[in-house]
Each structure stands twice: as structure tokens, then as C-alpha cells.
Write a new protein. Structure first.
Length: 707
């Protein structure tokens, strides 16, 4: 146990860094090498970092201020009011991929809430370097609990006395870089200077505090120009994310790390990093024959699997995926090249079988015959990864066949595989298969990165699968609400089109129908406010009402009045426009009633087009006493009526009069052609080159010769 005084006994206003003292004591007790204290804001559910110890705050910059609902350990500890333990890099990648992607290094972490019986006041986390056991010992649990109690007493006392308690200075050692020759005995400094290899000392922030003459010569810069600088800033050819990443990896894992860098024009140098509690010691030596030692071709540059900038690009790309097909394409275009795989497959479980959601690089016939429809009970790498939630890596065909001797995967033409379970919100949603054309080693860091990327892919897959399900639901609902086919009376030809809005659920309130009431027929087109499920449901009720009132023989004005009262009786806050007409082809006429709907276009047999000026009433659903007068229109053989909703002619920045003139010109030119082709032409013209903020419905009626 630490003999540090209990900070809870000190007056909160005494100016002492109470949180820092308590955090340092906790870390010393359990042998942790970094940690941080968060305070819960009283006004919003947000945790704010008050102090960090052991590592630069920049390492935890993405999580300085986090919401309580965030999928990270400290937030989960607050939500659940219990400790959260993460035993290593692979467990971090599975459970908290957002952290593991940014910090893909081996370390263990414990997060604990700071709470009284009545309220949660904050949280604390501490980390251990690689090598900590997979579980906390009983002694560590006891000491962590005691440390949390000390921190909680500090916070509770400050809250009870209404005293300010906020951010404190971080506990990070920062030696003065200016005192180069006073870092130890003179003889020790002389010994370092005589060594034939380079030695550099970095503080926890990565700044150079000491450099011997051999290191200055190897780096190609005078020692005076290097002191106090970051090596990847002051040495241009070290300005690569890989090298800074090795320093971060050494500090967080507390394990020696190394890398090889090319000093132009052709000198390879080896850097070996030895981390400690106050910084990193770096040994620099020449590498004379790189190709013989490492197998790296001359002129090649080592590279990191996924750089931070590349990671941000990947994460941004995954957020752009809307449907599952989009996600498959993005993973193929972005993730595959980043990790070096040449083929991939996304699998999901469906009704006890494995289903292929998409693939790239695999022959279609093999995917269909070998993977799609595979029972989940069959023991395969993909099903095992999905059922266990544990990734599987096979560096060669021999490794795969050792565990799965009769599996077809080993005969797919590839030589190495990664089977990554896709786990989102604790639920296994699928498996991502990455295949490599040559044997491929998967070091621990690469496995952590791939597992973390799988977590991000899983979240995107869960979202895109939900979108696809909503899309199928919307498409099915829309198809059920609109007529599958039209049955015009003798002497009338009909064609119709419907397009959903491009923003939303692919469902809307536009509708049309043709109701046979032999020997006549009734046609209707309308637009319920909005393009969502509520609008679609109301549209279905209106369409059903139109059919019912038409069947009992109501006149057009009466039908419109009845639908208006129906809409008001339903108690909805939505309005609707509507155009209803009774067709009488035997006498060449139509009687129309209009409720706030755009006027139809009539094309005469000679090609002239005019906008019909119809009498009308207000929108449906506003005034229960509204009247809807009717207008009779002559339909000579060859005439075509175009009924449409406002989505065909209205768009931002376009005058509706100009849009009607353009539409009428096309209608005049193409009106003699087949009605189905005319419907396509009108819809293409009205929606070309723009997003549809509203859905579109078109109903065309042509009076035929000999009717």
C-alpha cells in the first residue's frame, strides 16, 4: 500500500491537486503505468477528463470529453455502476473497437465508477503495460476499490460544500531538454559519448532530451538543432506516421519496439526503443545489408498497416454506406487495399444458415456453391468465428487444413485467411472473410487492427442491414397500397408511374387509381402530405374510400366531399390534395372535381396541349363543410389526359410555370407514341438531374378511336 496522505482529508480549497494525488496513489498501489480521472457534468450526461497521469494527454485526446452513452470503458462503468475490465489488445478490439483502432497496442485497462449511494460523480481508468495477466488479482481489486473510495470522498466533499473542483495539471514527467550535460555523472556522459552507436533520450511527449555525437551524425543534424524537438519533426526523413507510432507503441505497451528507416539517399538505419516510466531510450545503428537481413527489396519502404489518416478515411467511408451493397463495395475499395487482402466476403446468419451478403475477388460459382446457404451447425472457419465471436487467422493453407482438413476454403485459390466476427452492440451480426494470395503472417498488432476494423464494419453492417430491411418494408407496403394493374373501360387506354422521394424511406403519400364502374370508370390521383409510413397509411385509407364511394354511384363532387369528411373524422393532422374524374368514353367526356391539386394537362389529337382550368375546393382535411364543384371536359378520340402530382413539376429554384411549359412541350411532341413510353418520358423529364424531395405519381388516360 502507498503511504501517500489521504487527499480526502485535505480541504478541497487548499490549492492542492487532490485528484492528481489520489490518482497517483491508486496507480502506485496497483502498479499501473497510466490513468485518468473523469468528472460527470451536473447539467448534461458528459464525462470530462480532469487529470491524466503517466502518459501524454494527447494519447487519450479523442476521449477527453465523452458522452455517458459512448461505447468506451469509462462510460460503460458509469452506466452500469460497476468496474469494467479489459484484459488485453484482442479483447479491447472485440469489445471497444473505437479505442483499439486508435491505440492498437497490447495493454490492459480497468475502468471504475466514482459513485456514492445517491449519485455517480465521475469515473477513473488505469492501464497496465503488456504482460499483465488476463484477470485482475484479488489484491488489485481491493486496492482499486480503496482508491475509488478515496477519489469519491474528495468529489463528494467538494459537492457537499459547493466548492469548485475541476481540471488539474497532468502528471507527466517532462525533463528540461536544455540541460544536456547534467543528466548524470560526468563519467557516465563521457561513456555514452564514446559509444560507437547512437543514443537518444525522449521524454514522454517524444521530445529529445539528450543525443550523443554518434546519434547526431547518423541523423545528419547537429545535436543543438535536435534538442527539445520531436524527431519526426526535426528530421525530415523520419516524418512518417510509422515512426511516431512505434514510440507510442513502446510507451503504452512498455515493451521494446523497433523499426528500420531509410536515410536518403540509400542508408538504412535501425532504431530500437526501450521505454520507461519517464520516457524512451533509443539506440540507433547502421543496417548494412537490409535485403539479406529482412528480405525487404532495395528501395522499399516499411509501412504501417493502417495509419491514423488512413484510419480516419476508412471510418469516414464506412459512415457513407447506406445499403449492404454499398458497404461491400466500400470494404472492398477501402479496407481491402489498406490491409493487403485480395478478396473478401461478408457473411450473415439467417434462419440457421450462413448467407453471403456480398463478396469481391471470389468467383461467383464458388461463393454460391461453397458458402451461401451453409448450415450454421457445420464446422467451418466462418461459422466458428460467428458462433464464438473470436477471430481466426490462418497464415498458410497448411494451418487451415490442420484444423479443417476437408474444408473447401483451402481450395479457393488463396493461401492465407482472416475470419473476423462482426459484433455490434454485443450482438454477432456476421463474419468478414479476408483472403490473401500468398502466405501471410498476422503479428499481434495487425490482428488487433483487423479485429478493431471488424468492429467498425459490424456497426456499419448493422446499420445498412436495418436500412435494407426498412427499404424492403417500404417497397412492399408501397406496392400493396398502389394498384398492381389498371383496368380501364372500353375506349380508354391507361398507363401510370410512381417514383418515391430520393430522401427518406422510399415510400410516400402520392397515389393513383382507376376504378371500373362499367360502362364508365373513375380515375383519381392524390398527394398526402409527407413521404413516410404515416402518409402512406393515410393514402391507403383515402384510396379505399374513393373506391367505396365510387362503387355506390356518388357523383365526382360528392365523392370529394365524402373523402374530405372521412379525412377529418380520422383525426389526422395531415392534409391531402386530390383530383377525381368520372370518365364517360361512350360520350367522349369526363367530369372532374379538384381539391387543391395541380391542374391536369390535356393533349388534343392535333398535338396542342393546354392546362385545364378546373373549378375546385380547398385541400382535403381542412374544412368539413367545403364544397367541390365539378368541370366537364370533352375527350375526343386521340386526346390524352395527364394527371400528376406536384413532385413532377416542383423543385427548388425552378419556377413552376416554366416547368409546366417544358413538360407541355414534351407532352405535345411525344404524345402520339405508345402510352407506356410517354409515361416514361414524362417521368424522366420531370425528375432528370435532381434529387427528388417529394415522390412522383403520373396517370395517363387516352381516349381511343372507335370508343
Amino acid at each position: 500500500m502507498s503511504d501517500t496522505p489521504d487527499p480526502a482529508r485535505e480541504p478541497p480549497g487548499a490549492g492542492r491537486p487532490l485528484l492528481s494525488v489520489a490518482l497517483a496513489a491508486m496507480m502506485e498501489d496497483v502498479g499501473a503505468h497510466s490513468g485518468a480521472v473523469y468528472l460527470l457534468r451536473p447539467d448534461v450526461p458528459v464525462l470530462e477528463m480532469a487529470v491524466m497521469a503517466g502518459l501524454p494527454r494527447a494519447f487519450a485526446a479523442p476521449w477527453e470529453r465523452v458522452g455517458v452513452s459512448a461505447p468506451i470503458p469509462v462510460a460503460q462503468a458509469v452506466r452500469q455502476r460497476r468496474p469494467v475490465w479489459v484484459g488485453g489488445g484482442e479483447e479491447m478490439a472485440r469489445r471497444f473497437p473505437r479505442i483499439a483502432v486508435v491505440l492498437p497496442y497490447p495493454f490492459a485497462l480497468a475502468a471504475l465508477p466514482l459513485a456514492t449511494d445517491d449519485a455517480v460523480l465521475g469515473a477513473v481508468f488505469v492501464t497496465w503495460p503488456a504482460g499483465h495477466g488476463p484477470e485482475l488479482t484479488e489484491r488489485e481489486r481491493t486496492l482499486l476499490s480503496a482508491g475509488c473510495e478515496r477519489l469519491t470522498r474528495v468529489l463528494a466533499r467538494a459537492s457537499a460544500e459547493n466548492l469548485p473542483l475541476g481540471p488539474e495539471r497532468d502528471l507527466v514527467a517532462t525533463p528540461d531538454a536544455a540541460v544536456v550535460d547534467t543528466l548524470g555523472p560526468v563519467e557516465a556522459a563521457r561513456m555514452v559519448a564514446r559509444l560507437p552507436y547512437g543514443l537518444v533520450s525522449l521524454d514522454l511527449h517524444g521530445r529529445i532530451g539528450h543525443v550523443n555525437s554518434a546519434a547526431a551524425e547518423l541523423l545528419g543534424r547537429p545535436a543543438a538543432e535536435l534538442l527539445g524537438t520531436l524527431p519526426w519533426v526535426s528530421v525530415p526523413w523520419l516524418n512518417d506516421p510509422l515512426y511516431e507510432d512505434r514510440y507510442r507503441a513502446a510507451l503504452i505497451s512498455r515493451r521494446p519496439t523497433s523499426f528500420v528507416a531509410l536515410r536518403p539517399p540509400g542508408h538504412w538505419l535501425s532504431f530500437r526503443l526501450y521505454p520507461g516510466s519517464t520516457g524512451v531510450s533509443v539506440r540507433i545503428t547502421r543496417v548494412r545489408v537490409l535485403t539479406e537481413r529482412t528480405g525487404v527489396p532495395a528501395g522499399a519502404r516499411p509501412h504501417r498497416l493502417v495509419t491514423i489518416s488512413r484510419l480516419l478515411s476508412l471510418t469516414g467511408a464506412l459512415t457513407e454506406a447506406v445499403a449492404v451493397d454499398d458497404l461491400v463495395q466500400l470494404v472492398a475499395d477501402e479496407v481491402g487495399p489498406a490491409v493487403g487482402s485480395h478478396a473478401l466476403m461478408l457473411l450473415a446468419a439467417e434462419e440457421g444458415r450462413m448467407r453471403v451478403l456480398g463478396h469481391r475477388g471470389y468467383p461467383d460459382e464458388r461463393v454460391a456453391g461453397w458458402f451461401d446457404g451453409l448450415p450454421l451447425s457445420e464446422r467451418t472457419p466462418g461459422t466458428q468465428a460467428l458462433s464464438s465471436g473470436v477471430p481466426a487467422f490462418f497464415e498458410s493453407r497448411e494451418q487451415l487444413e490442420r484444423l479443417y482438413p476437408v474444408r473447401r476454403e483451402s481450395r479457393d485459390g488463396f493461401a492465407a485467411w482472416a475470419f473476423l466476427p462482426l459484433v455490434a452492440s454485443g450482438r454477432r451480426v456476421g463474419t468478414c472473410v479476408l483472403a490473401y494470395p500468398e502466405p501471410h503472417s498476422f503479428p499481434a498488432e495487425e490482428r488487433a487492427v483487423l479485429t478493431s476494423l471488424a468492429g467498425l464494419i459490424a456497426q456499419a453492417l448493422e446499420r445498412t442491414m436495418l436500412y435494407d430491411a426498412k427499404h424492403r418494408l417500404a417497397h412492399g407496403l408501397q406496392e400493396a397500397l398502389l394498384p398492381h394493374s389498371l383496368y380501364p373501360p372500353p375506349g380508354i387506354e391507361a398507363a401510370a408511374r410512381y417514383l418515391p422521394a430520393t430522401r427518406g424511406m422510399d415510400i410516400g403519400g402520392d397515389f393513383y387509381d382507376l376504378v371500373p364502374t362499367r360502362p364508365q370508370a373513375s380515375a383519381v390521383i392524390g398527394d398526402v402530405q409527407g413521404h413516410n409510413v404515416t402518409a402512406a397509411a393515410l393514402m391507403g385509407q383515402i384510396r379505399t374510400g374513393v373506391r367505396a364511394y365510387s362503387a355506390v354511384g356518388q357523383a365526382p363532387g360528392e365523392v370529394m366531399g365524402s373523402i374530405n369528411r372521412l379525412l377529418i373524422d380520422l383525426g389526422t393532422e395531415l392534409f391531402a390534395s386530390c383530383l377525381y374524374l368520372r370518365l364517360d368514353p361512350a360520350h367522349g367526356r369526363a367530369v372532374m372535381a379538384r381539391a387543391g391539386h395541380p391542374p391536369p394537362l390535356l393533349r388534343r389529337p392535333d398535338g396542342r396541349v393546354r392546362v385545364l382550368d378546373l373549378a375546385g375546393g380547398p385541400l382535403l382535411g381542412i374544412d368539413s363543410e367545403a364544397a367541390y364543384p365539378t368541370t366537364e371536359v370533352t375527350l375526343t378520340p386521340g386526346s390524352v389526359l395527364a394527371l400528376y402530382t406536384d413532385g413532377l413539376v416542383e423543385s427548388p429554384g425552378v419556377d413552376i410555370e416554366d416547368a409546366l411549359i417544358d413538360l407541355g412541350a414534351l407532352f405535345s411532341e411525344a404524345g402520339d407514341g405508345p402510352l407506356e413510353e410517354l409515361a416514361d418520358a414524362l417521368v424522366r423529364h420531370g425528375t432528370a438531374g435532381r434529387d427528388r424531395v417529394d415522390d412522383v405519381a403520373v396517370l395517363l388516360l387516352r381516349a381511343r378511336d372507335g370508343s
